[in-house]
Design a protein around this ligand. Structure first.
Ligand code: PEP
Ligand code: MG
Length: 311
């Protein structure tokens, strides 16, 4: 009983809204859209669309995808919904998309690298996303960007897809395009793609795996996989500085963003957007509330419906 009371108390923090900080949700399946909303997420910061594609014998149709994306955009409107292009490869395989056996799948055909080789899958997903774009709160996120060529190749296909849809008489809205910063090379190439992107999102799970050369799923090397190591924070500072120079908003969407101790450090580096598992949203909001209350000696946060909520 005491546990339930405590849980209810924490859940209330989900209703907090901060002036300049957003706590968004990472989701994987359509059912999580409502859960994220209930937990008080300020939008969706990472929709891992691969879960719409796995565990079946054929890819989801354009219409099926469109309906899911539309539901997410409608549920959270006007807050931002960041939908990531299919991030398959690495440890995730699709029955209907045979790829050659790879000795090092995490260093192989994964994310945007694979999409650029299987343009039909990419085009169908882009069509569904562009059809949902008139809602106005869509952001599209590109996984595993390694070189500027990845973005250039994608832009060509986005352009073709737009032309096709317009020829069919469909409406297209505006949307933002962003990249996952999770492959180290791209950190020093942001200046080359800056004109083409609107935001960056730091994926600390893969970034950690690629910085320490330690498979994120291999327990034998787990001691090398240290996502709270000081060099990870140093790298995040570098990314945040570069992003600031180019006026690109930056968010953190890896597991690190949902670790309470890390949040305080990330805030100091100027990170203002965090995307965490839905159930963690109220905990992270509570943490930020506590930091702000202690630091400023007053209540910076406000709730939309009940200011005395937390008293
Ligand atoms: C990441 O790599 O940090 C990330 C958020 O994406 P995923 O865990 O889906 O690879
Ligand atoms: Mg990743």
């Amino acid at each position: 009983k005491r546990y339930t009371k405590e849980k209810e108390k924490i859940e209330k923090y989900g209703r907090l809204k901060f002036d300049d900080i957003k706590i968004m949700a990472n989701i994987s399946v359509p059912q999580e859209i409502e859960v994220a909303k209930r937990k008080g997420a300020d939008g969706i910061g990472l929709f891992r669309t691969e879960f719409l594609f796995v565990g079946r014998d054929n890819p989801p149709s354009e219409e099926e995808q469109y309906l899911v994306y539309k539901k997410a955009l409608e549920t959270f409107y006007p807050e931002e919904v960041v939908i990531r292009l299919l991030d398959i490869g690495g440890d995730k395989k699709l029955e209907y998309l045979p790829v050659d056996d790879e000795e090092n799948p995490f260093l192989g055909l994964r994310g945007i690298r694979l999409l650029l080789k299987h343009k039909e899958i990419l085009k169908t997903q882009l069509r569904a996303l562009l059809r949902a774009s008139p809602y106005g709160n869509l952001s599209v996120l590109v996984p595993m960007v390694t070189l500027p060529e990845d973005i250039k190749g994608l832009l060509r296909i986005i352009h073709e897809t737009k032309e096709d849809l317009l020829t069919e008489g469909r409406k297209i809205g505006s949307f933002k395009l962003g990249i996952m910063v999770e492959v180290p090379s791209i950190i020093w190439l942001i200046d080359k793609i800056n004109p083409h992107i609107d935001f960056v999102s730091i994926g600390t799970n893969d970034l950690t795996q690629y910085i320490f050369a330690a498979d994120r799923n291999n327990p034998s090397v787990s001691k090398y996989y240290q996502d709270e190591h000081e060099i990870i924070f140093e790298i995040i500072t570098t990314i945040a500085e570069k992003a600031r120079n180019f006026n690109l908003p930056v968010s953190v969407c890896g597991e690190l963003a949902g670790k309470e101790d890390a949040v305080e450090i990330l805030l100091q580096f100027g990170v203002k957007k965090f995307s965490v598992s839905s159930f963690k949203v109220p905990f992270i909001k509570r943490k930020i509330y506590e930091i702000q209350t202690v630091k400023k000696g007053n209540m910076k946060a406000k709730t939309s419906d009940d200011p005395s909520l937390l008293s």
